[in-house]
Design a protein around this ligand. Structure first.
Ligand code: FES
Ligand code: FES
Length: 126
């Protein structure tokens, strides 16, 4: 199967790979897995007092499309508010990367990871 150039670019040069302190109050961590293939994606956000995502990091154990999807969303969510980040849909990711149907679940993982990271962050603010 031929991968789209944007997938290859993000796969070869993933943006924002790494980890943050998951215990920090201003960090939200989302860990999600795809039951169909066993891939795992960890996405972390660091949020400022104004509700803006200042930094985002990911680690993905998975296929090229999953790595590209997580790399792409870390770029997209930086500088957005958490509410804006929640508007990102897997469809946007799949379209941007021109993912074929069998790889759509990789982009679903990225959307779910954002939601999970925001939920974790919000839980800590209570
Ligand atoms: Fe899991 Fe993509 S099927 S690596
Ligand atoms: Fe399973 Fe990409 S996350 S094939």
């Amino acid at each position: 199967m031929a991968y789209n150039d944007k997938v290859i670019d993000h796969y070869d040069n993933p943006r924002n790979v790494g980890s943050m302190d998951k215990d920090a109050e201003d960090v939200g961590t989302g860990m999600v897995g795809a039951p169909s293939c066993g891939d795992v994606m960890k996405l972390q956000i660091q949020v400022g007092e104004d509700g803006v995502i200042n930094d985002a990091k990911f680690k993905t154990f998975g296929c090229g499309s999953a790595i590209a999807s997580s790399s792409l969303v870390t770029e997209w969510i930086k500088g957005k508010t958490v509410d804006e980040a929640l508007q990102i849909k897997n469809k946007d990711v799949a379209e941007e990367l021109a993912l074929p149907p069998v790889k759509i679940h990789c982009s679903v993982l990225a959307e779910d990871a954002i939601k999970a990271a925001v939920a974790d962050y919000r839980k800590k603010q209570k």
